[in-house]
Design a protein around this ligand. Structure first.
Ligand SMILES: Cc1cc2nc3c(=O)[nH]c(=O)nc-3n(C[C@H](O)[C@H](O)[C@H](O)COP(=O)(O)OP(=O)(O)OC[C@H]3O[C@@H](n4cnc5c(N)ncnc54)[C@H](O)[C@@H]3O)c2cc1C
Length: 483
């Protein structure tokens, strides 16, 4: 099998097909217009609460001057992003909903371009529009360019975003790296990274998994060794060597947020650091990997003597593991509410499909649809619970595994049912002129096979729920937890 060219650009927007491509936190990619992860940013930290909406008053549509010129990691610090949050505190929830709906309809970027490069800039333009108007990052603290919305308004935001079928953010940074930086980063790191990430000026991709380290992340082997410079030397660097794999959006990434081994071999979680690597740095090679859908949604990443400033480390050296916990918890939580809103719409579309095919008089079909209806409502409640937890404690906690597992199995069941409904047409992909709805359900069926793997496998989620939520005994096959 021939190897795809380095950094081949696939449909980076993930809007090429319906359902769409994956953020790591949306492995199903069941988002026809990419509405999912835009909102996959359930940060809601104490800072967000402190800075909740209304603490600044600027009109929607007010331009943020000095907006971003994309550049390497270090360029972020120099960029200026004046705050532009709307004074929404006077709105009722319904007025807020109406204004958001109107904004999303009026500024909708239209049909996605076919050409991948054009599509990428089309999506970046949209993210910038959203940010500049003060409509990005519903749960992000206002001081980092987010909206700092209350719980009720976050729910409204997710519902309207899913409804509007507008593009979602690029990469996987918003829901995973951002909360980690907000909680564990220095003031300078927050200043440098957060706004360009939210505005889409820098695309972030997650480099945790390795060929021999997925569920068991503490066994990772990518090393980062200090090159010269003492502990206080601001110019000190790490030299990074190793390989990452399954890096969603790696081919369009500007920054890789990675886990690397800074401790001795075998130090497991006690020797891991959290490091941000410039994806364009010398020594970084990124190859797309083709998945079941025939598309390349994730990549393998080779790191060959890559020099990384020590100042790109988040948290302490060898102290990355607690950050991983934050990161993974938010990753699982991030999809909860926007996926619930998204699947509300997709289920309505499935019911419509069943009607069109005259299947809704079949009691077995009605039974299945009722089951999905119940589950999509539970999903909404679970999403709400997750947001409430984050708002209350700053962390989503292990219950985020419940939400993730529930969504993963739901979306697989839903697409299996859709294919049953389509009968032989379910085998046709979008290139076939007879394909129904451009093969979206078939694509979704193939894509959601990965749902019980990405973001931690279903077995790992079940272990987490058993041990950390239900208090059952630990899996004896797993090594004792040291932190
Ligand atoms: C669509 C998709 C997107 C992804 N995006 C990213 C990304 O952007 N960045 C990134 O770093 N990674 C990404 N991943 C990788 C993902 O996190 C890993 O695939 C996942 O953690 C599982 O690791 P693994 O593939 O090495 O499988 P393994 O860990 O080798 O697991 C193999 C099997 O063994 C089971 N298993 C392992 N340990 C246990 C246990 N203790 N108890 C019970 N069963 C167990 C697993 O459940 C699984 O069935 C992505 C994966 C997918 C599918």
């Amino acid at each position: 099998m021939s190897t795809p060219p380095l950094r081949r650009r696939h449909d980076p927007t993930g809007i090429d097909s319906a359902p769409t491509g994956p953020a790591r936190n949306d492995p199903a990619g069941t988002d026809p217009a990419g509405s999912g992860s835009a909102t996959a940013d359930s940060i809601g930290t104490a800072a967000a609460r402190a800075d909740s909406v209304g603490s600044q008053a600027h009109g929607i549509g007010r331009a943020r001057a000095g907006s971003a010129e994309k550049g390497p990691i270090e360029a972020g610090a120099a960029q200026s992003y004046p705050a532009g949050i709307d004074s929404m505190e006077a709105d009722t929830d319904e007025r807020f909903r109406a204004r958001l709906r109107e904004f999303l309809a009026e500024r909708h970027p239209g049909r996605r371009p076919r050409d991948p490069a054009e599509r990428l800039s089309w999506q970046k333009d949209w993210l910038a529009t959203l940010f500049d108007a003060g409509y990005a990052g519903p749960s992000w603290p206002v001081e980092y360019g987010g909206m700092g919305l209350s719980f009720a308004r976050q729910v409204i935001y997710h519902e309207e975003y899913a409804r509007a079928r507008v593009p979602r953010p690029l990469g996987t940074g918003l829901g995973i790296a951002a909360p980690t930086i907000i909680i564990h980063g220095t003031a300078e790191q927050k200043q440098r990274y957060l706004r360009p990430m939210l505005r889409g000026d820098m695309v972030w991709a997650q480099g945790y998994s390795e060929p021999e380290a997925g569920s068991d992340l503490p066994s990772l082997r990518t090393t980062a060794r200090r090159a010269g410079g003492g502990a206080d030397d601001p110019d000190a660097e790490y030299v990074v060597n190793g390989q990452k794999v399954w890096t969603s959006a790696g081919d369009i990434a500007d920054i890789l947020f990675t886990l690397v081994r800074t401790g001795p071999p075998g130090s497991r979680q006690d020797g891991i650091s959290y490091l941000l690597i410039d994806a364009h740095a010398p020594g970084v090679s990124i190859r797309p990997l083709v998945d079941l859908t025939g598309e390349a949604q994730f990549c393998e990443v080779f790191l060959d003597n890559v020099r990384v400033p020590v100042t790109n480390r988040i948290g302490e050296e060898n102290g990355g593991w607690p950050l991983v916990r934050t990161s993974l918890g938010h990753e699982r939580a991030a999809g909860a509410m926007n996926q619930a809103a998204l699947y509300r719409r997709i289920l309505d579309e499935l019911i419509e499909l069943a009607r069109d095919r005259g299947a809704t008089t079949d009691p077995l079909v009605r039974d299945r649809l009722a089951d999905f209806e119940i589950r999509v409502r539970i999903m909404r409640l679970t999403g709400a619970r997750t947001i409430t937890d984050i708002l209350a404690t700053g962390e989503p906690g292990p219950a985020s595994s419940t939400a993730r597992l529930f969504i993963a199995t739901f979306e697989q069941d839903l697409h299996e049912f859709a294919l049953d409904l389509l009968g032989p047409y379910g085998t046709l992909d979008r290139n076939d002129p007879h394909a129904i709805q451009r093969g979206r359900w078939t694509w979704g069926f193939l894509r959601t096979r990965a749902s019980t793997i990405g973001t931690g496998t279903a077995e790992i989620q079940r272990n987490t729920i058993a041990e950390q939520v239900l208090g059952l005994p630990r899996d004896p096959a797993m090594p004792a937890r040291t932190s």
